[in-house]
Design a protein around this ligand. Structure first.
Ligand SMILES: Cc1cc2nc3c(=O)[nH]c(=O)nc-3n(C[C@H](O)[C@H](O)[C@H](O)COP(=O)(O)O)c2cc1C
Length: 162
């Protein structure tokens, strides 16, 4: 008998003008099924306790300013930096949005979250995705393919011993 374990995914969205949110919504629609429970949350007003939830996390964030996380992601980012919780039970992926026109700080929003989470002991699954707004490829289209591949990697990782 095969027992299906429901995978819980929380997509945490950092966005300034809604593109990352659109990607998250597409990924939620694509991934949600009987075996996969997906919840999307804007990072606004979240703090580091967001990572106490069950399941895996997908950080879906753009980049602003000079390689900064978007304004709505700042409170969460700074709370993690200040409290430095032990995230060794956390597994996550990163879908980053940026623009290569900003060559020096390309996709630094996702990069910053990735480095911070890894520094707190969390384990990234899969490669960090780095969408380039000047590539002409729509991020919500890339997101669909990327997230299917990511979830397959998550399931493979969770099937292994911790
Ligand atoms: C004022 C401004 C600053 C930006 N700074 C960066 C940057 O430093 N690095 C980068 O890779 N992209 C940068 N971007 C590009 C955005 O991250 C990109 O357009 C993204 O798709 C926007 O997603 P959002 O609508 O979810 O915020 C910047 C865009 C704007 C308008």
């Amino acid at each position: 008998m095969t027992v299906n374990v429901v995978l819980k995914i929380t997509i945490l969205v950092g966005t300034m003008t809604g593109t990352a949110q659109l990607c998250a919504q597409e990924m939620e629609l694509a991934l949600g099924d009987d075996d996969t429970l997906v919840e999307t949350a804007l990072m606004d007003h979240l703090d580091s306790s967001a990572f106490a939830r069950e399941g895996v996390f997908l950080v879906c964030t753009s980049t602003y300013g000079q390689g900064d996380v978007p304004d709505n992601a700042r409170a969460l980012y700074e709370d993690l930096q200040a409290k430095r919780p032990d995230l060794s039970r956390v597994r996550y992926g990163v879908f980053g949005l940026g623009d290569r026109t900003y060559a020096e700080t390309f996709n630094f929003g996702g990069k910053r979250f990735d480095e911070l989470l890894a520094g707190l002991g969390a384990e990234r699954i899969g490669e960090r995705h780095t969408h380039d707004a000047s590539s002409g490829v729509l991020p919500e289209e890339t997101a669909l393919e990327w997230c299917q591949d990511w979830v397959a990697k998550v399931r493979a990782r969770l099937a292994q011993p911790a």
